[in-house]
Design a protein around this ligand. Structure first.
Ligand code: CTP
Length: 406
């Protein structure tokens, strides 16, 4: 559809960036990026009409997002297509001919981070599928190399250093010697001291989410980048704690918890765990964490610390339930990372057994038994729950008997 439309509008349209890399590597790609030699927003508007999507335009950047909802296996999924306008360059030709548009896709690709992300595939129906590779991206994918396109890449955009580690870790690629030297040089030249803004947070979060955090954070430290985020972060303990957090998250995945949780925030909380209050604030400030997340992670750490201190020494299901049922799953997983053996067992017991226990009776059932509605209902349900946590009142009939005699 996009190719036909590009022909109709007289534009060049290309699939670019990570989606081409993933296509060549036969990896699933989460998003689709298209660059248009022409009016990107107009192209997005037309394309969304054809595929019945919704356009979110950003005129300031001449870009647009198309949101397309698809139903797969009965579940609604959101799918995004990012559309950008290629940088176009005009130059006056010496013979004073009219202004000529140069190949703008090349310019566009040259601004990108690494060769493996600077590939494009032509989408126009004429030449559909043609792979455009100006900078040796295909060869670098084959050689498993992360390589910048030019020497000023990290000066232009320091967050690329974090991206280099992310791609290296997640794809199993090596950062080329020259690119590595450029990162080290940028550290020496204090380029990263200026590293700031929401993109820093976004890249750090992606790094934590997409890689084994103990490996990638150690690599940040090896390049001298971790202490720039906060001097107190460089601590041997941090890597082993992150490794433990990673193992904990892996173990959780085996439990197939129904609840969703953000593992990257758990890792971020582990990074904050051993810092003083003011250091936590400084670090979160430095990486420009959104205010709501900042508040959430700080509060969650405090809740986890408190809950670990208040942990019942006895293996009492009721006490374990009482302590943990008011806490969200991210706090509970964080507690797991720092819990002692006995506490870990209790938390696992809660997650695998206790958490799902609920009275089978409903308010309706109590009404049928002739019990008038009121605060007594809550009391009855609480007592039934307590009994069930201790392995009693397994059937509905037993619960009915219990309620009758309450
Ligand atoms: N890009 C860049 N410099 C950055 C961020 C992004 O040059 N600091 C370019 C890259 O060409 C990248 C594209 O913008 O491929 C899209 O960025 P993003 O979606 O962040 O990365 P992907 O390569 O799509 O990676 P992933 O598949 O992991 O999302």
């Amino acid at each position: 559809t996009a190719g036909k439309l590009a022909e109709e509008m007289g534009y060049g349209a290309y699939l670019v960036g990570g989606s081409v890399r993933d296509l060549i590597m036969r990896r699933p790609s989460p998003d689709v990026d298209i660059v248009v030699e022409g009016d990107g927003i107009a192209f997005a508007q037309e394309l969304s009409k054809k595929i019945d999507g919704k356009v979110i335009p950003h005129p300031r950047f001449a870009t647009a997002k198309i949101l397309k909802e698809i139903i797969r296996n009965g579940e609604k999924k959101s799918f995004y297509i990012d559309i950008a306008t290629a940088r176009t360059e005009y130059y006056e030709s010496p013979a004073a001919l009219p202004k000529v548009e140069t190949s703008s896709i090349k310019k566009d690709l040259y601004r990108r981070d690494f060769t493996i992300n600077a590939l494009a595939v032509k989408l126009n129906s004429k030449n559909f599928g043609l792979l455009i590779d100006f900078f040796g991206g295909q060869r670098d994918i084959k050689d498993k190399k992360i390589r910048v396109l030019h020497n000023l890449s990290f000066v232009e955009d320091p967050t690329r250093a974090i991206r280099a580690i992310r791609f290296s870790e997640k794809l199993g690629f090596k950062i080329s010697k020259h690119t590595e030297n450029l990162i080290k040089l940028a550290v020496k030249m204090s380029i990263f001291e200026k590293l700031k803004g929401p993109r820093l947070y976004e890249e750090l979060i992606l790094l934590l989410k997409e890689t084994q955090p103990h490996h990638s954070i150690k690599r940040l430290a090896d390049y001298g980048l971790l202490k720039i985020l906060h001097p107190s972060l460089e601590e041997k303990k941090l890597y082993s704690e992150l490794a433990r957090a990673y193992e904990t998250v892996q173990a959780m995945e085996l439990l197939f918890l129904k609840e969703k949780y953000r593992k990257e925030l758990i890792y971020l909380m582990v990074m904050l765990w051993n810092l003083e209050d003011h250091e936590r604030q400084e670090f979160l400030q430095k990486i420009c964490v959104p205010e709501n997340i900042k508040k959430e992670v700080i509060e969650n750490i405090i809740s986890a610390e408190k809950a670990l201190q208040a942990f019942p020494s006895e293996e009492s299901p009721v006490e374990i339930y009482t302590l943990l049922s008011s806490l969200n799953i991210e706090i509970i997983i964080l507690m797991m990372v720092y819990a002692q053996e006995q506490q870990k067992k209790a938390i696992s017991f809660y997650l695998t057994k206790l958490k799902e226990i609920k009275p089978l009776l409903r308010g309706e059932d109590l009404k049928t038994l002739g019990i008038p509605p009121g605060p007594i209902y809550k009391k009855i349900f609480d007592e039934i729950l307590k009994e069930k946590l201790q392995g009693r009142l397994l059937s509905k009939e037993e619960e009915i008997e219990f309620a009758k005699n309450f």
